[in-house]
Design a binder for this molecule. Sequence first.
Ligand SMILES: Cc1cc2nc3c(=O)[nH]c(=O)nc-3n(C[C@H](O)[C@H](O)[C@H](O)COP(=O)(O)O)c2cc1C
Length: 403
Amino acid sequence: MNLLRQKRILLGISGGIAAYKSAELIRRLQDQGADVRIIMTSSAMEFVKPLTYQALSSYPIHTDLLDPNAEAAMGHIELARWADVFVIAPATANTIAQIVHGEANDLLSTVILASRAPLVVVPAMNQAMWANAATQANMQTLRERHINILGPDSGSQACGDVGEGRMLDVADIVAQLGDVFKNDQLAGKHVVITAGPTREAIDPVRYISNHSSGKMGYALAQAALEAGAAVTLISGPTQLTTPERATTVQVISALDMHKAASDACQDADIFIACAAVADYRPIDIAEQKIKKNDDEMSISLTKNPDILADISHSHDSLFTVGFAAETHDLIKHATGKLERKKLNMIIANNVGADSSTGFNTDDNAVEVLYQDKTSIKQQSFAQCSKTILAKQLITFIAEKHPS
Ligand SMILES: Cc1cc2nc3c(=O)[nH]c(=O)nc-3n(C[C@H](O)[C@H](O)[C@H](O)COP(=O)(O)O)c2cc1C
């Protein structure tokens, strides 16, 4: 499974001689389908000009913390939120020390502090600097904080020394980076996920639908796969590439989705209903294109089946998770759905017109309501990329799902 496809990788480049290898790293990460943005320290710019990385990544290079123009474009907090994973390669002894001490005196160290993305440190330095007790103590602190460390390698060094401290080969960094996304939280479980909108035909060329992009459902499917689950993704029409190794069933209408989800849930452990299913469909679908005649026309609609409620009521042992996209009274409506549909959990998000999260956006922020013995509890998930949020939600679902 290619775990780097469509991942947003923030690459921090600090001032070591191995900075020249970062150019190759950018290309190889892009080959995997990753989107790469770059922060350089001022020392790094003494080794390689930002223009090299800019040409390779097709993005401006971020270098200054206190640059009002840069802040107005993509500020340091936005950059921190953007990342699905934050890789520091090469990581100098100095940058490692900054991480350990929580310093925030340049852009790279500040974004490291501000980011919730998994951090991957790829040390590169002279063998004596690496062996120094201070560096070794710093590395031990990183390990205790469960920060991912790749390398270093040993061998001949640019300075003529031989020993441990060389940056790991680019191919090995790329091969090992995907492991950051892997875990076994849902190993052995079958997870069924619906995603995207449905289309309810009016005539052969027209339909009723909604703005759902499918991004959240697809991100959940990817996160569930990375957590070791067998995943069936039932997708309405979207522009997205299906996740490798998911069994994907493409559907159009709510009735199609109802049937596909009911079939797939026969042997499922967890059902996550993320699709924006049309509540109503036209009673009659015209066999031929409806002609423009009268000034007014009306279409009679009938209610679609409630896929989630039907499945949760007919599968007692299935762990059911719903989504509530609301424009107002988020918690009130979500609580009502949780109880009425007999769900284990509901993930509520605001899709109002002034919202920067929800439908057709890359970021999301949600409130999760869940049944906890006799009461309903609430947990907030702050705004971040749908990829990161999906990972957090899958971890949360795995914790709450009785194994
Ligand atoms: C030619 C040269 C090569 C260097 N190579 C490394 C290196 O590979 N690793 C390292 O930790 N520091 C190396 N340094 C020292 C760092 O550049 C220095 O500690 C700097 O302050 C690092 O800043 P930064 O961590 O903000 O990028 C080198 C210095 C010079 C002059």
